[in-house]
Design a binder for this molecule. Structure first.
Ligand SMILES: [Zn+2]
Length: 371
């Protein structure tokens, strides 16, 4: 049985490969990032100037990593551990062990773009000392590299810092805006404003890109839209659940299975109820959890007369009724599972992603939780 501890919270993001560790923080590569690198290697290596281009891309990767490490570094000064840094094609993501208070979020977020400005400043400073003239402009960034790698990296860092400081989700600037607004307005409203800005930014970038045939901009706008929507759902979820105990959202009426029940009994329950996960009991003790997938697998492999005890999952997630709902969100969302609510080893409720989203819906319409 799993308890809600740092152990299972630190389960890595799905679809990523562990690459290396830096300053004690594991850095993982998302599979889309690996695909992008493979694509670039196949299409660009062996051409003239590909050495410089590879160096430029490496410089961008290191810059993006420094950006995330800056977030992680400031977070660790506030005694918040970074669970992992995940690298995506359009940047990285530092996943922290807990959500930040607005005053913490402000500094942790600002550190990222500050790192990019520092990289650009260091390169331009070094060029000034060496009396090297700046020979390219911002518009040369997308052209295939013909050298001037350092300058390109410096300009790219300036651009990344500027983009990230735009006050809209999912950019760092959106978080800064939200943090600043939440000093004077309720957090939920601050989140909505930053999210609205993100969608407006995505729409204007997308339209501009379409009108002026800048397809890359349309592509980028699409990711901004996705990020704004996701970030909003996540932060609204956190805002609406923060400080509310798990007990307020849990289901208290549900069906259970006995350890002597068969897969056929479970399948009948699956059909006759809207429940998809069933606690398996031995007397009044929970011994496992049988989900819809496990049930179907057992049905296909062992037939309807097999016992549920052989098909159930013994590693279910157990939460305490007083645990903070906001802290359990990432756990449920990532695992896509259901958690059992246990009080003194007694099963008192269940929490599924379905009933959680209903709870959030009711909260959005102003229903106060029965605590
Ligand atoms: Zn950032």
């Amino acid at each position: 049985m799993e308890r809600l501890t740092a152990l299972n919270q630190s389960a890595p993001t799905v679809g990523t490969l562990r690459a290396f560790r830096i300053g004690g923080v594991p850095v993982r590569l998302h599979f889309t990032f690996i695909l992008l690198v493979a694509l670039l290697v196949v299409t660009d290596l062996g051409h003239e100037g590909s050495g410089a281009f590879a160096l430029y891309l490496l410089g961008l990767f290191v810059s993006a990593l420094l950006h995330e490490m800056a977030h992680a570094g400031v977070a660790s000064r506030m005694r918040v551990r970074t669970l992992e840094i995940v690298m995506f094609p359009i940047g990285g993501l530092a996943r922290l062990e807990r959500r930040l208070r607005p005053s913490e979020e402000l500094w942790v977020t600002l550190a990222g773009p500050a790192a990019n400005l520092a990289v650009a400043g260091a390169i331009f400073g070094w060029m000034a000392v060496m009396r090297q003239p700046v020979t390219i402009g911002l518009t040369d960034l997308l052209a295939p590299s013909d050298g001037a790698v350092l300058q390109r990296i410096a300009f790219a860092n300036l651009l990344v810092a500027a983009l990230n400081l735009m006050p809209a989700f999912p950019m760092d600037g959106g978080r800064v805006l939200r943090a600043l607004l939440s000093f004077v307005r309720p957090e939920e409203e601050a989140t909505r404003v930053a999210a609205w800005m993100g969608r407006m930014l995505a729409i204007s970038m997308g339209l501009y890109g379409l009108v002026f045939s800048e397809l890359l901009l349309v592509f980028f706008a699409f990711f901004v839209w996705l990020g704004a929507t996701q970030e909003t759902a996540a932060s609204l979820g956190r805002t609406l659940t923060n400080g509310i105990p798990v007990r307020a959202a849990m289901m208290t009426e549900f069906h259970k299975l006995g350890h002597g029940d068969t897969v056929r009994d479970a399948a009948n329950l699956l059909l006759s109820t809207s429940q998809q996960d069933f606690p398996v009991m031995n007397g009044d003790q929970v011994i496992g959890l049988l989900g819809r997938n496990g049930l179907l697998r057992a049905l296909a492999q062992e037939g309807p007369e097999a016992y549920v005890a052989g098909a159930m999952d013994r590693d279910f997630i157990a939460l305490e009724p007083e645990a903070d709902l906001a802290e359990t969100l990432p756990l449920l969302a990532r695992a896509g599972r259901c958690a059992l609510i246990m009080d003194d080893n007694q099963l008192i409720g269940m929490l599924t992603t379905d009933n959680l989203s209903e709870f959030l819906l009711l909260r959005r319409f102003g229903m106060e939780p029965a605590v």
